[in-house]
Design a protein around this ligand. Structure first.
Ligand code: DOR
Ligand code: ZN
Length: 413
């Protein structure tokens, strides 16, 4: 039995919290607050094919360090995860890596949508958390732009009660704008946000909402980052369509200013914006359902290549909760909302089985983010140098306590 004594609940009560375990352990919760462990609905842990950037050994440590015990992993691997056979092979590799790490993380996998393999959806429907459609190109070769294929994917997903998760950026518009903008010879990273405009995202969101209206497919719109997308989603929700929206930490906490100091390291798809106000409004009015990290690690040497060759994406899972707790301390979000976006809504939307995992946080601990102390294999962060107040201290997964002596750096060092 694990007994956490005198710990604070998010409502501010002091309780003793007990968790069934083979260990006998008492934790003094006097300076700690108890939250359900986080469910991150959007990660790229890079197995198979890009284990030099991340694998499930390093990523599971990063997840636990961030208070996360459940993740849903994207299919843009090498090769991409588009069939039952590849799902099976991927799962085997993941299980081996988690065993090595001795971290039995809960995880789910997305199937990648490929127009020639949509018959894999009914075959895999009980093994996947959703069907991921890339409408705009990003890392990997998954892409679905043909309207007939999109229509078919939405129909098949609806027939099989499979959730569609979508990367909503319009590829044709991206390509057109790339030609126009890059032909001027400019090659700055900041052009990324000028090429992939809010309209690029909104056009794709409009298209998928239409398909959801047609087939009533459950639709999860990943990394919503702009006001025009939010307006469309707000409208769809008013019409009672089964549309769910995810925001990412980077679109909530970073803006295009980041290009100045991060240059190509600031590249991400969809790109950084200047729409944080609209996103925070959507957090508060119920338009956003979840906050998912889109943890997408690449090595620094890859990120520092010239614009055009540098990959897009940030590692972020271990800073996910700390960024949100810091926002709580800045009075931008309540603890109840943090639990809603990182646990309750993901659990409902993805129909997860409940568990007893928790994270104990110290709301007053301040720490400056140091790249060298990160668990992710990528070993860098767009947030390096920021001082955050509010950090996870203990994560309890399946009755096992992961604590500072495992891999956290004690406060003040
Ligand atoms: O920035 C991104 N990186 N966006 C994506 O859609 C994919 C991700 C990755 O896998 O690197
Ligand atoms: Zn992603």
């Amino acid at each position: 039995m694990i007994e956490i004594r005198n710990v604070q609940t998010i409502q501010g009560r002091r309780i003793t919290h007990k968790i069934a375990s083979e260990e006998t352990r008492v934790i003094d919760g006097t300076n700690l607050t108890l939250l359900p462990a986080l469910i991150d609905p959007h990660v790229h842990f890079r197995t198979p094919g890009a284990e030099h950037k991340e694998n499930w050994e390093t990523a599971s440590r990063a997840a636990i360090a961030g208070g996360v015990t459940t993740v849903f992993d994207m299919p843009n691997n090498t090769p991409s995860c588009i069939t039952a056979q590849r799902l099976k092979e991927k799962k085997q590799l993941i299980d081996e890596q988690l065993k090595k790490a001795q971290i039995p993380l809960h995880y789910g996998l997305y199937l990648g949508a490929d127009q020639n393999h949509l018959d894999e959806v009914p075959k895999t429907k009980h093994q996947i958390v959703g069907l991921k459609i890339y409408m705009g190109s990003s890392t990997g070769d998954l892409l679905m732009t043909d309207p007939a294929a999109l229509d078919k994917a939405f129909r098949i997903a609806a027939e099989n009660d499979v959730l569609i998760a979508v990367h909503a950026e319009d590829e044709e518009m991206i390509e057109r704008r790339k030609k126009e903008i890059l032909s001027s010879g400019q090659c700055k990273a900041a052009l990324h946000s000028i090429i992939r405009t809010p309209e690029v995202a909104a056009r794709a969101v409009h298209q998928v909402i239409e398909l959801t209206a047609k087939y009533k497919t459950r639709l999860y719109i990943a990394h919503v980052s702009t006001k025009p997308e939010l307006d469309l989603i707000r409208q769809a929700k008013k019409s009672r369509l089964p549309v769910y929206a995810e925001a990412t930490p980077h679109h909530l906490f970073l803006t295009t200013d980041a290009y100045q100091h991060l240059d190509t390291c600031a590249l991400v798809n969809p790109p950084l914006r200047d729409h944080t106000e609209a996103l925070w409004e959507a957090i508060h009015d119920g338009t956003i359902d979840t906050i998912g990290t889109d943890h997408a690690p690449h090595l620094l040497e890859e990120k520092r290549r010239a614009y055009g060759s540098a990959p897009s994406g940030f590692p972020s899972i271990e800073l996910y909760l700390a960024l949100l707790l810091n926002a709580y301390n800045e009075k931008k979000i309540s603890l109840e909302q943090i639990v809603r976006f990182t646990h309750t809504r993901p659990q409902e939307i993805f129909r997860c089985k409940p568990n007893h995992d928790v994270v104990l946080v110290d709301l007053n601990q301040s720490r400056t983010i140091d790249d060298k102390q990160l668990q992710t294999k990528a070993k860098w962060s767009p947030y390096a140098g920021m001082t955050l107040r509010g950090w996870p201290c203990y994560t309890i997964l399946k009755g096992r306590v992961y604590d500072p002596s495992d891999f956290f750096v004690p406060a003040g060092t």
